[in-house]
Ligand binder design. Structure first.
Ligand code: NDP
Length: 291
């Protein structure tokens, strides 16, 4: 069997053009959706993510603000800027690029963002709403994965799902979303015993670890849907420096029913859903204004 590819670039293009239409409609009402992005330090990967997010906003007809701070900035300055953005009615979404330098209390920074503008969905209030099954903002990466499963018409009700990785930004919210769709969800992590035992049972396998090619074809149930969230740079070999996922694509595609590639899979969908959340936040301000 050769797996069918769920193409994140193609699906993103389709969704982004719908978002651009909604953004244009909102503009006729005098509201331009606006995302503010804060970056601290010069981590090259973070700088690329921020650049891509800002560019995607502009392409979809949305406004973006970018604040870049030196790595040793006094956190008080960043908190002051977030307070300013919280109070600015022309800003609809605020995102602080993670990871932050060690002298920052990341949790306090995320909590300082107004929950109504927290388009990453990381504020405790929004995490709680997601847990209760009534999300205000769905974290962008798991949101993008749900769209991919939907587009491929992967059956969810009763499906055995195994998620490898339990981070607050991917693994945990992914589990909540799939649970809400009546999947049976197992979450694995670094202390799980016999990872392959779990992964081989999965109708849907989500890998979100950050270890290049750690999931091989022999760890996958024939016909399973494999979602590769990982983004890693290959350390050596002929492809050194190139991006790869947590899944060994070549062996996995021979076994899986559906698979997402890296690059061109979950990555572009994450940015697309960030645009969707920003637009939604802007549409909500318009709806509030009408009341
Ligand atoms: P974290 O480092 O926060 O979490 C990694 C998780 O993997 C942890 O729960 C850890 O377990 C688990 N883990 C580590 N080693 C193993 C192992 N040997 N077996 C099983 N589980 C293991 O990472 P993130 O969730 O932030 O990101 C995961 C990957 O996804 C990264 O490659 C990241 O770059 C990528 N990513 C991609 C995005 C996209 O848009 N495509 C967006 C966000 C992330 P424990 O909790 O026990 O330490």
């Amino acid at each position: 069997m050769t797996a069918r590819i769920i193409d994140g670039n193609a699906l993103s293009a389709e969704i982004r053009s719908q978002l651009a239409e909604r953004a244009a409609a909102l503009k006729t009402q005098g509201i331009t959706p606006c995302l503010a992005v804060i970056l601290v330090g010069e981590d090259p990967a973070s700088a690329v993510y921020v650049r891509n997010k800002v560019a995607a906003c502009e392409k979809a007809g949305m406004r973006s603000l970018r604040d870049v701070y030196a790595i040793d900035v006094d956190p008080a300055l960043v908190f002051a800027r977030i307070a300013e953005l919280n109070a600015d009615p022309s800003v609809h979404g605020i995102l602080v690029q993670l990871p932050l330098p060690k002298h920052f209390d990341s949790e306090a920074v995320l909590e300082s963002i107004s929950p109504e503008k927290d388009v990453d969905g990381f504020h405790a209030e929004n995490v709680g709403a997601l847990m209760q099954g009534n999300p205000r903002f769905i974290p962008c990466t798991p949101y993008g994965v749900m769209k991919m499963l939907e587009s491929a018409k992967v059956p969810l009700k009763g499906a055995e799902v195994v998620i490898v990785g339990r981070s607050n930004i991917v693994g945990k919210p992914m589990a909540m979303l799939l649970l809400a769709k009546s999947c049976t969800v197992t979450i694995c992590h670094s202390q799980s015993k016999d990872l392959a035992f779990h992964t081989r049972r999965a109708d849907i396998l989500v890998a979100a670890v950050g270890r290049a090619k750690m999931i091989s074809g022999d760890m996958i149930k024939p016909g399973a849907t494999v979602i590769d969230v990982g983004i890693n740079r290959m350390a050596d070999g002929p492809n050194a420096g190139k991006l790869c996922g947590d899944v060994d694509f070549e062996s996995a595609r021979e076994v899986a029913g559906f698979i997402t590639p890296v690059p061109g899979g979950v990555g572009p969908m994450t940015i697309t859903m960030l645009l969707a959340n920003t637009l939604e936040a802007a549409e909500r301000t318009q709806a509030r204004g009408k009341k």
